[in-house]
Ligand binder design. Structure first.
Ligand code: SAM
Length: 168
């Protein structure tokens, strides 16, 4: 939420990249058309696999409402929320909408969220908060996720870059 044109494009793309790499299915931006972010993520999907989606210019109240109607849980990440370590085990198995802000988030979001969760009580960033939340939520297993349809796969190496082509 709250993408600031001009200033936040790179960071918003990085929120999307981190969300994709750490197991989220997609990202929904309010107040941002996200056309360039969508294009870059489609390029990443084509090369590295998976079907991560990017939606832009959505109305956040409607997104929250729809998520609730389909039985999912809404988690807002904020330095003022309840401790991550205590809350995440209660969420495992749920379909989660994670809300992070680029700037001050309207107070209504704190009320509409099922949970306001903090990743420590110091200010940091929407990327780190979301990445740590996802890692705890998936218990680290997301790092071994298979991204189907990848054209390239990395062969982990201690020296240089080793990449192999994957045939269809
Ligand atoms: N100035 C904003 C405010 O006062 O709300 C803070 C913006 S902060 C740079 C951007 C986003 O990072 C926040 O909306 C929140 O989602 C996330 N964030 C930063 N620190 C956090 C923390 N300790 N725990 C959880 N989320 C955090």
């Amino acid at each position: 939420m709250g993408h600031r044109p001009g200033r936040d494009r790179r960071i918003s793309t990085h929120v999307a990249l981190a969300a994709r790499a750490l197991g989220a299915d997609g990202i929904i931006f309010s107040e941002y058309s996200a056309k360039k972010t969508k294009k870059s993520l489609e390029k990443v999907n084509r090369k590295w696999g998976g079907s991560f989606f990017v939606e832009g210019d959505e109305n956040w109240r409607e997104v929250i409402q729809d998520w609730h109607s389909s039985g999912g849980k809404v988690v807002h990440l904020s330095m003022y929320g309840l401790p991550l370590g205590e809350e995440v085990p209660k969420l495992r198995g749920d379909d989660i909408l994670i809300i992070v802000g680029a700037e001050k988030v309207p107070s209504e979001v704190y009320e509409l969220a099922d949970l306001n969760i903090s990743v420590g009580n110091q200010p940091h960033s929407e990327i780190s908060a979301m990445a740590i939340f996802l890692d705890r939520f998936f218990d680290g297993k997301e790092l071994g996720k298979n991204f189907s349809g990848a054209k390239r796969k990395i062969v982990p190496s201690n020296s240089g870059k080793e990449v192999k082509k994957v045939s269809d």
